[in-house]
Design a protein around this ligand. Structure first.
Ligand code: FAD
Ligand code: NDP
Length: 542
């Protein structure tokens, strides 16, 4: 019965194809040509693969990371028939992981836990000053114990995500999605079994993967953030290449865990962030043991007979060459979207010419691609911050718009973020450079303070990089445009201020807010020295 039907459909499509082919010279419309291409693709598939089962859904989400999971679960609450595909291609070094995407497995979560492990080491040093007996020969971190504890927690999250999908009636397919055309996705599982999927709407949420520089030996010798959290053995002496979030955070916790760590920076640290703050971050790292290689680029890597790696580099200013031998080289030179590997060239989804990310903002919807029923969320959407809360919120709001009669769009403005370096840097709103560009120096006031977290006093820690900066209008009630905080627990401190800034926080309101004493966060509301005044911004006394 089924094969008769397939025979009938195939012949019908052949007739249609011939008709379209005959009519083609009569029309110059690219849209009609596209439908001709579509019919041809359908024909090819029907002729060759009518044995592959096809399933229909209301919504199919490709990618089970932060954005994809949030969107699929939210859509299912409207009683929709939803599937989410998640498939992890092993890293070039062979590392694999479970459901949940980058954040859970090779991003935010293991990173923050290893950052915490490093902070604890520092806290134990402080403990001596607070009267604790700490072994005279110092303390040591056991990588195997720490990483297996982190990995076990990550595995529990993988499991939790599977259970949640099941309880919310979202079908989970551990399969790789590949678009055959605007309406059809092919899902291939690890055993090569294929399924055809058609849906009313598709959401692409496939995230990105670390890039490698194209220098000899890089792919064979270096690991990336996809591997570092899953290393079975301690990394040892490590070279980290890159100067943004991933590089700084990894170099920070590796130094804190006691590894001899170097950081190779080709230009500026934390491009796009306030540069005064970024340089304070790197000053703190340098003074806490990270070996900084400024203005250097790697030239080659070579695996030696003892398994170590010889890295050679060049200083781009002095043109001097350098080289050293490391046990681990970590590439953190940015991420490439997975959009180029999922058959989008078989669809009419437009990608950004250089980044390869999906171009949104079609039909008045920020996440809609050039194909009205295909959407992009999270790291693969062009021009949007690559952050977990961004992907989650965009996914949830999209589900509400698709099925809940909502019209609420994602607000990508004033997204708060924190770089989890040994001294954390949190910010929301404009950098000083951006504010000067946008409003001009004469219209802005910058309040700032160097402060000493109370816990540093007994511990006799150096607080010279603990700094806060607020950028606001010079006149009127002084609307706040940007807030930057460098110090312990920056993420925790900044979260509440991010709410206030969304509510159009002004310096006037800040000034009338009482601090919570004694905290570092109270220094934010107490700031009163302006940069313009030239007065010493160091906070003194209680
Ligand atoms: P992802 O979470 O990357 O999920 C995409 C999923 O799709 C993956 O599971 C992938 O395997 C799967 N996939 C890919 N192709 C296919 C296919 N063809 N078929 C099926 N499945 C496919 N953000 C923060 O907010 N805070 C942090 O502290 C933070 N730390 C980070 C640390 C590191 C080291 C890194 C690398 C990132 C960090 N991020 C952080 C960023 C955050 O992880 C990402 O912004 C977030 O995970 C993006 O979510 P997503 O849904 O777009 O994609
Ligand atoms: P980014 O794209 O932000 O930065 C790439 C870095 O690599 C830059 O410093 C760049 O230098 C450098 N680089 C690029 N190519 C080379 C090269 N050939 N040789 C040497 N250096 C090179 O990438 P990340 O991977 O750090 O971060 C990706 C995203 O993940 C971030 O934008 C962030 O949104 C997210 N993330 C968030 C975190 C958080 O919230 N705490 C933590 C980690 C990641 P240059 O400036 O000179 O181009």
């Amino acid at each position: 019965m089924q094969s008769n039907l397939a025979y009938f459909v195939t012949n019908l499509l052949v007739v249609l194809g011939v008709l379209v082919h005959m009519l083609r010279p009569l029309t110059k419309s690219s849209h009609k040509f596209a439908s001709f291409k579509g019919v041809q693709r359908l024909l090819t598939r029907c002729k060759s693969d009518n044995s592959i089962p096809t399933k229909k859904y209301d919504l199919v989400v490709v990618g089970g990371g932060s954005g994809g999971l949030a969107c699929s679960k939210e859509a299912a609450t409207y009683g929709k028939h939803v599937a989410v595909l998640d498939y992890v291609e092993p890293s070039p070094q062979g590392t694999k992981w479970g459901l949940g995407g980058t954040c859970v497995n090779v991003g935010c979560i293991p990173k923050k836990l290893m950052h915490q492990a490093a902070l604890l080491g520092e806290a134990v040093q402080d403990a001596r000053k607070y009267g604790w007996t700490v072994p005279e020969n110092g303390i040591h971190n056991n990588w195997e114990t720490m990483s297996s504890a982190v990995q076990n927690y990550v595995r529990s999250l993988n499991w939790g995500h599977r259970v949640q999908l099941q309880s919310k009636n979202v079908e989970y397919l551990n399969a790789k999605g590949y678009f055959l055309d605007n309406h059809t996705l092919e899902a291939t599982d690890a055993k090569g079994r294929k399924k055809r999927i058609v849906a009313d709407n598709f959401v692409v949420a496939v995230g990105g993967r670390p890039k490698y520089t194209e220098i000899p030996g890089a792919l064979e010798c270096a690991i990336s953030s996809d591997d570092i959290f899953w290393l079975k053995n301690k990394p040892g002496k490590t070279m980290v290449i890159g100067a943004s979030y991933v590089a700084l955070e990894c170099a920070g916790f590796l130094t804190g865990l006691g590894f001899d760590t170097s950081l190779m920076i080709r230009s500026i640290p934390l491009r796009g962030f306030d540069q005064q703050m970024a340089h304070l971050v790197t000053d703190h790292m340098a003074s806490h043991g990270t070996n900084m290689l400024w203005k250097c680029v790697p030239e080659s890597m070579e695996k030696l007979s003892d398994g170590k790696i010889k890295v050679t580099w060049k200083n781009t200013e002095t043109v001097e060459a350098g080289s050293d031998i490391y046990e681990t080289v970590l590439m953190a030179v940015g991420r490439a979207p997975e959009t180029t590997k999922i058959g989008l060239d078989n669809t009419e989804v437009q990608l950004h010419a250089s980044s390869g990310k999906i171009l949104g903002e079609h039909g008045g919807d920020l996440e809609r691609s050039s194909v009205p029923h295909i959407y992009g969320i999270g790291d693969i959407l062009e021009g949007r911050p690559e952050l977990t809360p961004v992907a989650i919120k965009a996914g949830k709001l999209l589900a509400h718009r698709l099925y809940g009669n909502s019209t609420v769009q994602m607000d990508y403005d004033k997204v708060p973020t924190t770089v989890f370096t040994p001294l954390e840097y949190g910010c929301v709103g404009l950098s000083e450079e951006e504010a000067l560009d946008k409003y001009g120096e004469d219209n802005l006031e910058v309040y700032h303070a160097f402060y000493k977290p109370l816990q540093y006093s007994v511990a006799e820690r150096d607080a010279s990089q603990c700094y806060i900066k607020m950028i606001c209008d010079k006149e009127g009630d002084q609307k706040v445009h940007g807030l930057h905080f460098l110090g312990p627990h920056a993420g925790e401190v900044l979260q509440g201020f991010a709410v206030a800034i969304r509510c159009n926080l002004t310096r006037e309101i800040m000034d009338s807010t009482l601090g919570i004493h004694p905290t570092s966060a109270e220094e934010v509301v107490k700031m009163h020295i302006t940069k313009r005044s030239g007065l010493d911004p160091t906070v003194t006394g209680c």
